[in-house]
Design a protein around this ligand. Structure first.
Ligand code: TXA
Ligand code: MG
Length: 308
């Protein structure tokens, strides 16, 4: 099938209320018609996601986003600077917003994103598409079509295959629902880039006890293996996930490049999981630039897990 045929089939599936997995520049998404309550409910069911965790609505342009949410000037400035791209903006819902209330999980706000891909699908569908990362809830996010097929293959009508995701880490979530902008989840756009565009420092509001953004839940992005962070070397029985020169078989970036490390993070965690390793020792990764998002994902993957 060529790309146009795929898009056509994907639009038809979405219109029928079915789930379509698709690649974005960050991670693969599990897409559904955002205005169809049943389709949105099917997303929660497929992921096994706690119902209080709201979903991002993906649209093709800022104009479409402004039809759904209330953008104050700073929110618009940020959207203009980074869309299409790895940024999600949380704003108050407009009263006439047609997106399923289930997607907002009872919050008076809505999370909106214009991704770099798949704009053709979003334009052709013409309606907002909710899409969480296409992984079972709490597990590692997918950065290839094969990851999606392994985790959620049985739940989706089709998987659009766009190869490995260029960024490999989810979008940065910035909220404009209180007086000052707050980062609810570090991601593909760095805090420094956001601060530069807004001309003000932005705080990262991470509090797993009262998750305003449930991506803040403590245990998340978890492989089956246990993680030990900031490890200089593996101990007996551990697989080593390195960073920088001399890191061994699994290395986030042999040259110590944080952009490359972000792109490799979930792929390598998936790969190590497939070896049935019981434990992973992870090298320390600097907190600069994308390192903030990488360390956020690593500490959640390492967090104590709820009993099964
Ligand atoms: O890169 C991404 O953002 C990917 C691709 C597929 O777009 N999607 C993604 O979705 O990561 P998900 O559902 O795994 O994460 C969405 C994040 C969660 O942390 C959720 O709590 C937060 O966005 N979120 C969604 N709606 C929100 C709202 N109204 N208020 C606060 N946080 C919200
Ligand atoms: Mg996710």
């Amino acid at each position: 099938m060529n790309a146009a045929v795929n898009i056509d089939a994907a639009v038809k599936a979405l219109a029928k209320g079915l789930l379509v997995a698709f690649p974005t520049e960050t991670v693969y998404g599990l897409g559904a018609d955002a205005t169809d309550d049943k389709a949105v409910a099917a997303v929660f069911a497929a992921k096994g996601r706690p119902s209080f965790n709201p979903l991002i609505s993906h649209v093709a342009s800022l104009a479409e986003a402004e039809a759904l949410g209330e953008f104050q000037p700073l929110a618009r400035t940020l959207a203009e600077a980074f869309w299409p791209g790895p940024l999600t903006i949380v704003v108050p819902r407009k009263p006439a917003c047609p997106v399923s209330l289930l997607a907002s999980a009872g919050l008076p706000s809505i999370a909106l994103r214009v991704p770099r891909h798949p704009l053709a699908l979003l334009r052709a569908f013409g309606k907002p598409v909710v899409a969480p990362s296409a992984n079972p809830s709490g597990r590692i996010s997918p950065t290839t079509a094969a990851h999606v097929a392994a985790g959620l293959g049985a739940s989706v009508a089709m998987i659009l295959d766009g190869g490995p995701c260029a960024i490999g880490l989810e979008s940065t979530v910035v909220s404009f629902t209180s007086g000052t902008p707050q980062i609810l989840r570090p991601g593909g756009v760095t805090r420094q880039d956001i601060a530069r565009v807004l001309g003000t420092n932005v705080t990262v509001a991470l509090d797993s006890a009262t998750p305003e953004s449930p991506g803040q839940l403590a245990s998340h992005y978890a492989p089956h293996a246990r993680l030990r962070l900031n490890a200089d070397a593996p101990r007996a029985g551990e697989v080593y996930l390195g960073f920088g020169p001399g890191g061994g078989e699994y290395n986030l970036s042999p040259t110590g490049d944080l952009v490359e490390a972000a792109a490799n993070l979930f792929r390598l965690l998936h790969a190590i999981d497939q070896t049935n390793a019981a434990a992973i020792a992870v090298a320390s990764v600097p907190m600069t630039g994308l390192g903030e998002a990488i360390n956020d994902r690593l500490s959640r993957a390492a967090a104590p897990r709820p009993l099964p």
